[in-house]
Design a protein around this ligand. Structure first.
Ligand code: HEC
Ligand code: HEC
Length: 512
């Protein structure tokens, strides 16, 4: 059997966590030849502010994560790990690690992906992961800056922990790191030598995955994350997410916060890719009316106007609704948690982490004493259930849906009856995106097929073909992977549902 989702204490204690993830990302993937040439969206924009441009450079340069390993031991390109990258399977496998945009300057080296950085520190060439390892994704053949990488493979070869493709556990590395601070009030960012009780407690928890919201939503929000915590401009708080164990942490903190500030400026200026096909203007308007509740659906039972939770979208005067981007966003719910009966595990887990949040918040005294209160990170956990209802700009591109990525298409978000219990990413056509049902092309898998695949993978290394294939299956009965709740679309007719989806497609593009 595979091990359950638990933190790997040995790695945490050694403080190699950040690069362990980097190593994983690199190990489990390798840049392949794409079926069609990939295009890039949002990595270089004349309209970017100076801070955003510098932020992009800093991300690519590898300045955000201090932990890095020397290049010679870093797994390089061409690591096929049981997959032939000239085959369709291998391409899918390869595409978890996306190639860099052709105009990338900082931190690039032949064969390393958009989410990796290679740079010189001291005399040595170093390698680490950058934000795009988790925050650049491919949709419809386009690599998009700020879109969550829904193909990330965070399986751990060391402990042979197999994880579902796309599952992200990044935040727990941060919680583990701050749990290990020795005495934040007086010593700042110094780590305890022996493992802390807080870290032990964290390691005893079973951990649910979380799928990041796209960065382009930040410009509409006062709070980030599915649980409404950090202010999207609060670089001091975000900096802790990218701090990793090294001796110079206190000395480097101010400079690090500056870099993070620029990276966040870039993140806030990312935009959603426009829906790539012409829209039916009349259907868009019909959908907008239903969404806002200005026209009731045929069957009103169980329906609540979507705008109640997801914000209002006002038509730009004289806009052509057959084109995306014709709406002005009027959304102010990023600080509000709404419990719509989706999987509760992530929220429950976060609530258990309150003692860790209290611990890191003692840093306030440290930075006050130093006379630099602006460098203080602040953490919070939810006090009740539910998640943020995000603005729905660019939602066509950000499948799979919900905070845990459990639902592959918008059609199924709006019809809980058709949500597949087990679904598989399409391995044969890795760039394929379903523009009709809107979301990931996928296959519905039976429980018997799932068992067979699990048996095939059992006892094999997590990087074997059998285990990688099994990792492509999303089982909504597994812990934290539930696809329940949010049944607001269930009573709609197929026609009404289609109209709302047409409207959602139109909420996209650089004009929004
Ligand atoms: C190992 C994967 C990983 C890496 C690398 C990573 N993140 Fe994230 N990030 C996540 C996950 C997962 C979340 C979602 C957490 C949540 O909502 O609870 C997230 C959320 C965010 C958010 C909040 C988005 C929103 O509006 O809710 C921002 C901003 C962000 N990350 C910025 C960055 C930056 C900047 C970097 C690089 C310095 C980075 N991240 C690197 C995994 C990662
Ligand atoms: C009572 C509040 C509420 C109503 C009404 C509501 N939603 Fe939601 N919606 C949410 C919440 C909360 C989430 C996040 C749930 C989660 O991730 O677990 C969500 C998630 C979504 C998502 C997935 C977003 C993503 O990025 O994964 C879509 C799409 C969506 N809603 C569309 C709609 C549409 C269309 C309607 C109207 C038919 C609607 N919602 C009605 C609260 C609501």
């Amino acid at each position: 059997m595979f091990r359950s989702e638990r933190l790997q204490s040995n790695r945490l204690a050694k403080g190699h966590v950040a690069w362990a993830v980097a190593l994983l990302l690199a190990l489990t993937t390798s840049v392949g030849r794409a079926a069609e040439p990939l295009t890039y969206f949002g990595f270089e924009k004349a309209a970017h502010s100076a801070a955003a441009r510098e932020g992009l450079e800093d991300i690519f340069a590898g300045r955000l994560f201090h932990s890095a390993i020397p290049v010679p031991v870093a797994p390089g390109p061409g690591n096929k790990l049981g997959y032939d990258i000239n085959t369709a399977d291998g391409q899918f496998y390869a595409l978890g690690r996306l190639p860099s945009p052709p105009n990338r300057k900082a931190g690039s080296a032949a064969g390393f992906g958009v989410g990796e950085s290679v740079f010189v520190r001291g005399k040595e060439q170093m390698f680490n992961m950058n934000c795009f390892g988790c925050h650049a994704g491919v949709v419809n053949g386009q690599v998009v800056a700020g879109l969550a990488n829904n193909r990330v493979n965070q399986s751990d070869p060391k402990s042979n922990l197999l994880r579902t493709r796309g599952d992200n556990f990044g935040p727990y590395i941060v919680w583990g790191f701050i749990a290990q601070l020795e005495n934040p009030a007086t010593e700042g960012l110094v780590l305890a030598k022996a493992k802390t009780k807080l870290l032990n407690d964290l390691e005893s928890l079973q951990l649910p995955p979380v799928d990041p919201m796209p960065w382009w939503l930040m410009k509409y929000k006062k709070k980030d994350y599915w649980y409404a915590d950090a202010d999207p401009r609060d670089a001091a708080s975000f900096s802790i997410n990218f701090t990793s164990a090294h001796d110079a942490m206190n000395a480097r903190h101010a400079e690090h916060v500056k870099s993070v500030d620029k990276a966040l400026a870039f993140a806030r200026e990312t935009e959603s890719p426009p829906f790539p096909k012409a829209l039916n203007a009349q259907r868009v308007q019909q959908g907008a009316n239903l969404f806002h509740g200005s026209t009731p659906p045929k069957d009103r039972k169980g329906f609540t106007a979507c705008a109640t939770c997801h914000g209002k979208y006002e038509k730009v005067r004289d806009a052509d609704l057959s084109r995306p981007g014709s709406w002005k966003v009027n959304y102010d719910f990023s600080h509000v948690l709404k419990d719509v009966d989706t999987d509760d595990s992530y929220s429950q887990t976060l609530r258990k982490l309150k003692p860790i949040a209290d611990h890191v918040n003692k840093l306030k005294a440290y930075y006050a004493a130093k006379g630099t209160p602006e460098l203080t990170p602040q953490f919070s956990v939810p006090t009740k259930g539910g998640y943020v209802a995000p603005p729905l700009v660019g939602v066509w591109a950000s499948a799979p849906y919900f905070h845990n990525g459990s639902v592959p298409t918008l059609e199924a978000v709006l019809n809980s009856q058709i949500r597949p219990e087990i679904w598989s990413r399409d391995i044969s056509a890795p760039h394929a995106y379903d523009l009709e049902r809107v979301g990931m092309k996928h296959k519905v898998v039976s429980r018997a097929e799932f068992r067979k695949s699990a048996e095939n993978a059992d006892g094999k290394p997590v990087l074997s073909k059998e285990a990688i294939d099994h990792g492509a299956l999303y089982d909504t009965k597994a812990f934290g992977h539930g696809n329940m709740g949010h049944t607001f679309g269930d009573s709609l007719t197929a026609d009404e549902r289609g109209a709302i989806i047409e409207f959602l497609k139109s909420l996209s593009g650089p004009d929004m």
